[in-house]
Design a protein around this ligand. Structure first.
Ligand SMILES: [Zn+2]
Length: 176
């Protein structure tokens, strides 16, 4: 087991388990630049592993994948999800089999794609109990080696930063 998931559950739950933002599911050691600008929004996108695209693109779009390095655009206002610095076709939100958390604010959209925590499920639990167990529950599963962010989360990496942000925002909104 990689050292990041060997840390205590509480550390993982706080999203403090990542070394340089990476985790044991990031095994692509390509020499391509770590970031590249999205051709539409100019946002600096992070390098993404090929298996993330292969897993989440609709079948017809998967056929259009080129032997290039792809990047992920996190800009909430930009329709592009994946692009390359190699001037090949981009892939936008409708071409994935799942809605993209960063670009879709609906309650049904997953925050944690591995264990089905949507914005709505997080909010409902907080309304009911006053707190969220999402981060700790996810961290327990991460520690057990059950997460698969590299092939389930469109951003191809750990969701705990997003989960903690949604919990914080929901608590703030409900206390107003
Ligand atoms: Zn973009």
């Amino acid at each position: 087991m990689n050292s990041c998931c060997a840390l205590p559950v509480e550390t993982i739950a706080r999203n403090e388990h990542l070394t340089n933002g990476e985790c044991c599911l990031i095994t692509d050691v390509s020499q391509a630049p770590a970031t590249a600008p999205c051709p539409v929004s100019q946002t600096a996108g992070r390098k993404i592993q090929r298996r993330t695209l292969e897993s989440l693109l609709k079948p017809y779009a998967r056929e259009l994948l080129q032997p290039a390095q792809y990047y992920y655009c996190a800009d909430p206002t930009c329709p592009i999800v994946y692009f390359s610095n190699a001037h090949v076709r981009t892939f936008s939100i409708g071409e994935l089999t799942v809605p993209v958390f960063d670009k879709d604010k609906s309650e049904e959209t997953s925050v944690c794609y591995c264990f089905d925590w949507t914005r709505g499920r997080i909010r409902d639990q907080i309304v009911e109990t006053g707190k969220s167990t999402a981060a700790v529950e996810i961290a327990q599963k991460v520690k057990a080696g059950e997460c698969a962010c590299d092939v389930k989360n469109p951003k191809g990496r750990c969701c705990l930063g997003d989960v903690n942000a949604v919990v914080k925002e929901t608590l703030r909104n409900l206390s107003r």
